[in-house]
Design a protein around this ligand. Structure first.
Ligand code: SF4
Length: 157
């Protein structure tokens, strides 16, 4: 079984701050050809490092419907980059025939359960990121990375 995986989880320095979220379990999955890393925000045309972004007035589903925007901490509207990144991600998924994705928790692109609420105060709300929402709408099963790890760790206990 092949997964798409958020690149930062596999050790690529693609986070907004130029760092990564490497985890040995995810790195191993990539090494074993069980996962393909991809970063929607870079693919959408954003630079690294970049100002942090959050979704204002909704979640990724609302962004795709045109009812919410993605804004940076400097109040710049970066919605079009996030939508482009989601579309590029779907292209990769289709190219490889992938139907499952492990995506970084809480990201405005990749979050699958919770995202930050647009206040830039570290407050979480229930909701999904733009790429996660787009993949889900197109039949891809998405897994929150923290939840995925918790399941593996509880199985190994
Ligand atoms: S967009 Fe996704 S893959 Fe890229 S840095 Fe953010 S969480 Fe990681």
């Amino acid at each position: 079984m092949m997964y798409l995986i958020s690149s930062c989880l596999a050790g690529f320095d693609c986070k907004y701050n130029g760092k990564n979220n490497a985890n040995r379990i995810f790195v191993k999955m990539v090494k074993q050809n069980k996962a393909i890393p991809f970063c929607p925000e870079q693919a959408g045309g954003l630079s690294t490092p970049r100002p942090p972004s959050e979704i204002r007035d909704g979640d990724g589903i609302d962004v795709i419907c045109g009812n919410a925007k993605v804004i940076t901490v400097d109040d710049e509207d970066v919605t079009e980059f996030f939508i482009k990144g989601a579309k590029e991600t779907l292209k990769l998924v289709r190219l490889y025939g992938i139907d499952k994705a492990i995506l970084k928790s809480r990201s405005p692109s990749c979050g699958c359960l919770n995202i930050y609420d647009g206040s830039f105060k570290g407050v979480l709300r229930k909701g999904i990121g733009v790429t996660s929402a787009y993949l889900k709408q197109n039949g891809v099963e998405v897994f929150d990375s923290d939840e995925f790890l918790n399941k593996i760790n509880s199985k190994n206990k």
